[in-house]
Design a protein around this ligand. Structure first.
Ligand SMILES: C[S@@+](CC[C@H](N)C(=O)[O-])C[C@H]1O[C@@H](n2cnc3c(N)ncnc32)[C@H](O)[C@@H]1O
Length: 233
């Protein structure tokens, strides 16, 4: 099921994530810390949203940026912002990367999208196919430990659909995603042939403490996201 937030509320989402706690001050600095120098690199941005990462990739000197998202509304925002400086198209990533050539990308990023995909097998298999040898993928997703709070079965190892209400865009909007065990998440990576080189649970910055002491203390006790870097040999 598609979460309405990313289509109906695409413009509000774009505004909200420019400077909010979870995306701008926690997720982005932690994922970006896992990226090497991007100058001259061909980069694929999976679940690109409204293009906050595309802006970062261009500013960091990437030679080519390709953005994919299920939401046509998000792709319209990206195309409007960047015109022909990025190649952007709409596609459900559960279908893998059928439009991307093998051995064509130096870097793949996938920030906060994987929890919307039920079966990760095809996407990681294609990420491995599309990366050049020596290339790498960095992703962030909901931390399996944090998402266990949503379990209705009480069985950590069972993948479960979750419906929740988030106020990211300034009003409560229903979101649908999947919770899964760490074994399933990391198993999909290693099954594809990618090698996990780094795992992080995120550093909570002093900036967050200044902006919201309550959020700072809660994130220090229970991290919301996990960050993984994986390499193609
Ligand atoms: C939390 S947003 C993250 C957007 C962007 N990566 C960022 O960090 O700002 C999740 C994005 O994943 C997209 N998405 C959700 N399910 C998807 C799917 N099955 N295939 C492709 N994109 C999907 C949504 O449309 C949304 O833009």
């Amino acid at each position: 099921m598609k979460s309405k937030m990313y289509s109906i509320h695409a413009e509000q989402y774009d505004l909200a994530v420019q400077d909010n706690l979870y995306n701008a001050h926690f997720e982005r600095p932690n994922l970006q810390a896992m990226l090497d120098n991007l100058t001259g690199k061909n980069v694929l941005d999976l679940g690109c949203g409204s293009g906050v990462y595309a802006q970062f990739l261009l500013d960091s000197g990437a030679a080519e940026v390709t953005c994919i998202d299920a939401s046509q509304e998000m792709i319209d925002i990206v195309s409007h912002k960047f015109s022909d400086r990025v190649n952007a198209y709409a596609q459900y990533l559960s279908q893998g990367l059928p439009q991307e050539a093998s051995d064509s990308k130096d870097v793949i990023i996938c920030p906060l999208m994987l929890h919307y995909i039920e079966d990760l097998t095809l996407l990681f298999k294609d990420a491995h196919r599309v990366l050049k040898s020596g290339g790498y993928m960095v992703f962030s997703t909901h931390h399996p430990f944090a998402d266990f709070d949503y379990s209705t079965s009480g069985d950590y190892f069972k993948r479960e659909p979750v419906i929740d209400l988030w106020d990211t865009v300034g009003e409560p909007v229903e979101v649908y995603f999947f919770r899964r065990a760490l074994t399933e998440l990391l198993g999909a990576v290693t099954h594809s042939g990618l090698l996990i080189s780094k795992v992080s649970e995120g550093i909570v910055s002093e900036k967050i403490k200044t902006l919201s002491p309550d959020t700072y203390h809660s994130m220090r006790r229970q991290t919301p996201f996990i960050f993984v870097k994986c390499l193609k040999r």
